[in-house]
Design a protein around this ligand. Structure first.
Ligand code: NAP
Length: 240
């Protein structure tokens, strides 16, 4: 029986690339998304084209009850070996102009989303004494970015949660790491001044979702069996 990977926010962008990479690595996929039915169906059909199963899980990761309703019936039968907490978005503005909705919304999707999805799975991973949890952080959580106090706080918080959970579960052979992308070509950065940004990146280009997915694949592999509590940057050298 193939093992299972649960990926949040996988209807498009980095999450979809991770789902496809892990399917290529031999995992069946539980694919969460919030609203993009067409994107989720497209990713699912590509996963099935690779000969793997894909179960679509449409829920908002910030809604604890919806997460429970979505995951519990599946968790009664199977426990994923991998959870990738990828769902997220930015809502940028300088702090002076930021309203509490944008502050709370961005914190909630990254931090409450991580908690709501990870808690029910990790308790079952502990019984199996096996698992990998990967949290998609950001360069913004490691360094300051004007206009992103909410997003930086959320991603720095996610890095803190990664490090603490890693220590809690290490002796049960569950490895918890974060991947911190820089600027990656997805819808999330579509409105940014791409040409200006590229000038600031030492490699002078944006990254691809597949370049992030490759690192997630490595962290989930046997080759990474002694790595936990780490933050691996995938950023073209923009922050080291
Ligand atoms: P994206 O293309 O906009 O995709 C975001 C995904 O997250 C979509 O599948 C979306 O679902 C899902 N999502 C958003 N809110 C959700 C919620 N409340 N519940 C469930 N799913 C939700 O963005 P991306 O660039 O791939 O970003 C993926 C992750 O990488 C995010 O955590 C982001 O912060 C991080 N990241 C991105 C970059 C970058 O440069 N792109 C850099 C660093 C970190 P629907 O579309 O179905 O609603």
């Amino acid at each position: 029986m193939p093992q299972i990977a649960l990926i949040t926010g996988a209807s498009k962008g980095i999450g979809a690339a991770i789902a496809l990479q892990l399917a290529a690595d031999g995992y069946d996929i539980w694919l969460n998304y919030r609203s993009d039915d067409a994107g989720a169906e497209k990713t699912a059909s590509e996963i099935r084209g690779l000969g793997r199963e894909c179960t679509l899980l449409k829920f908002d990761v910030t809604d604890e009850q919806a997460v429970e309703n979505g995951l519990t019936p599946l968790l009664e039968k199977d426990v994923p070996f991998i959870v990738v907490n990828n769902a997220g978005f930015a809502k940028d503005s300088v702090m002076m102009m930021m309203d509490s909705r944008d502050w709370n919304g961005v914190l909630s999707v990254h931090l409450n989303g991580f908690f709501n999805v990870t808690k029910p799975v990790v308790s079952r991973m502990l019984r199996k004494r096996a698992g990998r949890i990967i949290n998609i952080a950001s360069t913004s959580g490691e360094t300051g970015v004007a206009g992103q106090t909410n997003y930086s706080a959320a991603k720095a918080g996610l890095i803190g949660a990664t490090r603490s959970l890693a220590v809690e579960v290490a002796k049960r052979n569950i490895l918890v790491n974060a991947v911190a992308p820089g600027f990656i070509e997805t819808d999330m950065v579509a409105e940014l001044p791409v040409d200006e940004i590229k000038k600031q990146i030492p490699m002078k280009r944006m990254g691809t979702p597949e370049e992030v997915a490759g690192v997630v694949s490595f962290l989930c592999s046997e080759k990474a069996s002694y790595i936990t509590g780490q933050v691996i940057a995938v950023n073209g050298g923009i922050h080291t």
